[in-house]
Write a protein that binds this ligand. Structure first.
Ligand code: SF4
Length: 484
């Protein structure tokens, strides 16, 4: 019987895509996927260390796996991959006294996973595991900082039937004072344009309608194999690939968002009218301390230029509250910036010192936990008001939605996203307009990956509800579908 694997992913889209690659590698080596940890021969935990909270999740999960072993007497081989693995290396095994972790795999060593799993399996079979309990040096560890950018085409086992992540840049050279990424993902490396386009074509040929281009500073792209190809040119090239209907990218840096990119987003119909522009703080003083290389004024000027060019654009951002030295006045500037920009969504975090970063070494974490909590609650409340106002404006309108999911919570309901990245929920329509199809069982598979017009009739603070326009709504009575 084939051995089974389970991959658990914490963190960003890059990690999600790395997990797709790890899954593909294990399947090439003969493993089969499982969702049940009791059934798994190998458990891979793909970690994130961008926030302290994300890192703590790893230790919680390792504790759960130990309890599982005590309960069942069966222990899967455990591999820890991702940013915590890269950051901690052998120290990670020592921290857990060698009790749980068999393999530590760095961010640039993904391709080594099957070999390291095989080595660790051999170690256990020989009984060295018992030595490992006393000496962590017996775990198999590979966190060498050698480039893992070239990945064989078609290896990734893509988990999403509609969207495909395509990495274009790895690493970052910016060293923002709070950010661990340059230490865990290494220096910035650009992937050749030819490789990127081959992967986009392959994703489109296998049914992926939306391409999401990924990089730590995605709009810093400069093709190593074509000196004339910057990020805007790459968008044009991806736009030409048959079968691609939508293009998104994450995350652009404000200081690299120039006129050419704004024009590309405006003029290329497949490029979604949504920009995620991380600002981190509304105070220029704090931005300088963060080494962000943009001021509040630069950012607001950029937003004004983007809105002048693309009036219907949706903007989102990342915010940190309680950065060292952030005063109440600085935080009020963050609130006023949020009000001025009117974001469609924000990702907000309380500052936590991350290993190796400039802030962790030189800046005392001097905003109290209580004050950080008060600030993030105030920020999220303000954003919620803004989102509610923005989303209500969509009621009564018909919007184009790329259908990407079947609801797990409500039978007969699907969801998708607008070009602005707003989630829209709707009952699965019948697949035709004759009387027979009106009572046919809803077929979610027929709708996944299609772009449909949805008329919005209700707005919540985080998503919209509607019905597919011009098609008989599913038979809510027959299918028992209701809308909240
Ligand atoms: S630009 Fe700054 S925040 Fe973004 S990945 Fe690089 S160092 Fe981190």
């Amino acid at each position: 019987m084939a051995k089974k694997y389970l991959i658990e992913t914490f963190g960003c889209q890059m990690n999600v895509h790395d997990s797709e690659r790890l899954a593909g590698l294990l399947e090439q080596a003969g493993y089969e996927p499982t969702d049940d940890e009791r059934d798994a021969d190998v458990v891979v935990i793909n970690t994130c260390s961008v926030r302290e909270h994300a890192e703590e999740k790893l230790y919680t999960r390792l504790g759960e796996l130990r309890v599982l072993e005590e309960e069942t007497g069966r222990r899967p081989l455990v591999a820890v991959a991702g940013c915590v693995a890269q950051q901690e290396g052998a120290a990670l095994v020592r921290k857990t006294n060698g009790h749980v972790i068999d393999v530590v795999l760095g961010t640039q060593r993904l391709k080594m996973l099957p070999m390291l799993v095989q080595q660790a399996t051999g170690t256990r079979r020989r009984g060295d595991r018992f030595r490992l309990l006393r000496d962590s040096a017996w775990s198999v560890i590979d966190v060498a900082p050698w480039d893992d950018m070239g990945f064989p085409l078609g290896v990734a086992r893509r988990g999403d039937p509609v969207k495909a992540y395509v990495t274009i840049i790895e690493g970052c050279n910016d060293y923002c004072a709070f950010c661990v990424v340059p230490y865990t993902r290494g220096h910035e490396r650009m992937r050749p344009k030819a490789d990127i386009l081959a992967e986009v074509r392959q994703a489109a040929e296998t049914g992926r309608r939306e391409i999401q281009l990924l990089g730590q500073i995605v709009n810093h792209y400069q093709a190593p194999d074509d000196p004339r190809c910057d990020f805007a040119t790459l968008l044009e090239a991806v736009h030409e690939v048959p079968g691609v209907e939508r293009i998104r990218f994450a995350s652009p840096h404000p200081r690299h968002t120039g006129a050419r990119l704004i024009e590309a987003v405006r003029d290329l119909p497949k490029v979604c009218k949504h920009l995620h522009l991380p600002v981190q703080s509304g105070s220029t003083r704090v931005l300088q301390a963060m080494r962000r290389r943009h001021s509040r004024e630069d950012y607001l000027d950029l937003v004004a230029r983007i809105r002048a060019a693309i009036p219907n654009v949706a903007l989102s951002t990342d915010m940190i509250v309680g950065f060292p030295g952030e005063t109440r006045e600085d935080f009020d500037e963050t609130l006023s910036l949020v009000e001025a920009v009117q974001y469609h969504s924000i990702f907000s975090f309380k500052y936590s010192a991350r290993p190796n970063t400039l802030a962790s070494k030189r800046m005392p974490d001097d905003v109290s936990e209580e004050e950080k909590t008060a600030r993030i609650v105030a920020l999220q409340a303000r954003q919620r008001e803004i989102q509610t106002r923005l989303y209500v404006q969509a009621v009564g309108r018909t919007v184009e939605v790329l259908v990407d999911a079947v609801s797990r919570r409500r039978d007969g309901e699907m969801s998708g996203r607008t070009t602005g990245n707003t989630v829209v929920n709707f009952p699965i329509p019948a697949c035709g307009s004759d009387s027979e199809s009106r009572i046919a069982a809803p077929d979610s598979g027929a709708w996944l990956g299609r772009t449909v017009p949805v008329t919005i009739w209700r707005a919540g603070p985080n998503s919209l509800w509607g019905e597919v326009a011009g098609v008989p709504a599913v038979a809510r009575a027959e299918a028992g579908v209701g809308l909240a």
